[in-house]
Structures are given as structure tokens and as C-alpha cells.
Design a protein around this ligand. Sequence first.
Ligand code: GLC
Length: 548
Amino acid sequence: MENFKNSTVYQIYIKSFKDTSGNGFGDIRGITEKLDYLKELGVDYVWITPFFKSPQRDNGYDVSDYTAVDSMFGTMEDVEELIAQAESRGIGCMFDMVFNHTSTEHEWFQRALRGEPEYMDYYIFRDGEPDAPPTNWQSKFGGPAWEYVPHLKKWYLHLFDVTQADLNWENSQVREELKQVIRFWKDKGVKGFRFDVVNLISKPELFEDDDRGDGRRFYTDGPHVHEYLKELVRDTGIGEMVTVGEMSSTSLENCIRYTRPEEHEFSMCFNFHHLKVDYKDGNKWEPKEPDHEELKRLLMQWQEGMQAEQGWNAMFWCNHDQPRAVSRFGDDKKYWKESAKMLATSIHLLRGTPYIFQGEELGMTNAGFKDISEYRDVESINYYEIMQSEGKTRKEALDILAARSRDNGRTPMQWDGSRYAGFSQGEPWIGIPENHSYINAQAEAADSGSILNYYKRLIALRKEYKVISEGEIEFIYREHPQVLAYRRSCQGQELVVLANMKAAAVDLGEKPELEGYRQLIGNYAGAECEQTLEQLKPYECRVYIRTL
Ligand code: GLC
């Protein structure tokens, strides 16, 4: 069994990681070239976002052939070389399985469009008049979730873009096809898998209108999802590997079932509740200041809930669908370093497996785009129009995109301070923030107080102390409005983490009980470090340890 508890996973968004061909898009060889950097950082696995054949309408999450490498990223030989080179450095590759839907360019969908009944049953087609979609459900990228195909006189379901048709998991042949995909990559030597929006695969028997309008309650953690996952895991033998499911709008009860060992589903899962604390009324396109009390409440609820039932969390702030955490929950100017380190500490020392999204270890910030022409993401471009049609001005829509767009996380990895940040010789497919002059891997490797070196230390600590990877968690200062604080304990070792989540210095109220503890790590150094136990500086975090 792979040990995923003392591991750290690094997420690579291939299009923006490293380009070796000079065409402005990252590629497989770019990842191979940077394996030494990743080894030095200390990560155990790399999750690589989809590089399979795809029209790239949703940057590879629209797959047209699951076992072919898209030529824009390289060849199958490049992939084999990457897997081998990673393995020789003790790094396992995790590939990204997009099994809720395929691209409409996938052969299966093309055959469905030709009216072949066998393939029509691979997708979710429903009869209907051209002006009356089967239900009122909304696509997650905006607009209706159904598309009409005139020559078939039927609608097909797409929970995401119109070019991402949902697969029919009720059809056992579909499930067999997908198992074959897993076996194919497993035979190539990958060590794990990430499953894209996999809690949406089981649709309801009856398709009905939703009084809430979007339909998600009918298909989120749907009726047969656990059955299907158990079958997939059993029949492909991936129970021995590291697996992580991306769970959209899920519940704690379901995540316990997805991850507790006796269920034989996944090693761990992502949920996104803690990343909605800056949404007004749950609406991503109505930003508000992060609600730190709500953030704490959610973290406590999930940590305690998962622990009580032996579930396991994937812990993260950033990925390719999220704005950069330091810009969102920290301060990417005055307290850039402090807040980036505090965010890292607070998430890496919770109970679960931490994920680092490329560039997060450098404190990379939001993109700072000011014009719609700078955006590439299909969701952002759709919502730019939708927001204006709903009454927002152009300026308001752009300001919201600047805070919310997924492209904030998709700008090229900042390797050095040169023109294209050492990402490519040619012009990158998407703009690079100006701050790459000082926020970059080269500069940070040379600075002992950098965010990068802090991440290295955190990753190493996880290997050194079982209390980090396996300790029980108990929250302290539970009612404090801005300090996230907890104690971990394991076999006579105890760890205390105190993190001030805001820019204002703060009193803890009561002195922490730290008899016999020593400080293990913290984000204020040298002269700045003079501490009174009960006060935390802006974004300050401290970690103490003792052995009983
Ligand atoms: C997941 C991916 C996202 C993609 C969506 C549809 O949420 O992370 O990038 O757009 O699924 O596949």
C-alpha cells in the first residue's frame, strides 16, 4: 500500500509548467526537465493535469482520446520517459482521469451523433422539442445543461461546457471502457490517480426540474456513486495506489464513505467548502471579504468529522480552478512572505495529505489581468458576458474576474526573472505577472528566508514527525475569531500550531499551555521573532513540539 499519509503531492498544470519546445505551451519534457527541482523540494507525488488528446476547449478536461497523448504536449515516449525518470527520483506520477464526461470530439460521441444506438447509450440523450430542454438544469460554466441535436431530435446532458458531454455510467459497457483506461495507465507505471468531478457520475433515474434552478442536488453524490467507485477500484486493483477524488459540492457524510479504508473507494478526497467563504450567498461571482470564522468552523467540522470516522482529507488552498491563496486569504504585498508561510503552515499541519499547486511554494499571486483579451478560460469568458447581461458594468465584471477567474492560477510557473520567466523561449499562451522579477524559483532558492525554503522545511518535517502525518487533531482557541489553532498528538509526541489568519496583530486571550515545548518552525525570524506567548503578529504562525 502506498503511504499517502506522510506524503506531499505537487500539482502540475502542464500547460503552464515548463515549455521545452518554444511554442508557448508547457509540455511533458518540461516536467521531466524539472524533476530535480521537485526532488529537491521533497514531494512524493506529482499529479499532472490532463495531457490526453483533446480539443482544449477546457484545457484538456475535454478528452477526445484517453490513451493518446496530445501532440501539443509531446509523445507517448515522452510520457514513458517521465514516469521512469520520476520513479528513479522516488517521485510517483498521478494522472488525471476525467470520467464524468468526454469531449464531443471523442469517437464515442461522434458515433452517437451518427445515431449508432450502442454509442448513444454511452451518453445521456433525452427526447424533446427543440424549445423545451428535458429539465431546467444549469451548466456549471453558465447557460443550460442540455444541448439539442436537431437531426436526432434529442437533447444531451452536459454539466460543464457544451463540448463536454456527460457519460452514462448506468451503462456497464461505459464502466468497462473506463476501467480499461485505468489499466492502460497503470501498466505504464503510474502510481496513482486523481478523478475529476467524480461525485457527479451517477445521475438520477428520473430527470426533473429543480426548484432551486441548477439541478445539482439530483446528481451530486448521486444514487449509485459509491457502488460505481467500489466496482472501479475493485476491478482495476487501484486500491493499493494513491487515489484522490475531486468532490464537487459534496457532504461530509459522503466524503467519509469515499475515503474510509473499509469502504475500498479512494485514499482521500478534495472538497471545496472552505474555498467558498469569500462567496456572497454561495455565489462565486459575488465576491466578499473572506469570513475567517466560517473558514475555521468548516475546517474544524471537516477535520473532526473525518477523524471520527477514519476518513482522510486532501488538504489544499490552491489548484488550477482557484485564485492564488496568498492574494485571496493573505496579503500579496505588505505581508506577502508572512501570509504565504502562514497559509502553508496552517494547511500542511492539519490532518490529511497536503497538496501544493505549482508556484504556491513561491508565493505566486493572482494574475492582475485588466482586459478581457488577457483571459483564456472558457468559464471566465462566459461569465464576463453573463455578468454584464445581468446588469454589471464592464468594469465591475472585470474586477470580479480579477479576483475570481481560474486564470489567476494558470499563469506560467515563475522559474526566473527573465522576460518569459524561464517558462518558455517563445511567447506564453497566457500572460505572466510582472512580479516574476522577484517572485521566482531561482531567486527564492538562493534566499534562506524565502517561501520556497519554508515549504521545503514543512515537507521535510512531515517525514520526520509521525505526529504530523498521523497524529490525532484537537482544536484549541475554538471560539477565537481569527486564530486557527490546534494540537496534534501521536505516541507521546505533541504539536501545537497557532496561526493568525489576519493582518491585525492579535491577543490570544489566554496564554497557551506550552510547558516543555520548543518552537519547531514559524514565519517570523531573527529580531522580529521576539515573542510574547499570548500575542501573534500580523499573519504570524508558530509551531511548537514536545515529546512526553
Ligand atoms: C474539474 C476540473 C476543472 C474542469 C472541470 C470539468 O473541476 O478541475 O478544471 O473544468 O472539472 O472537467
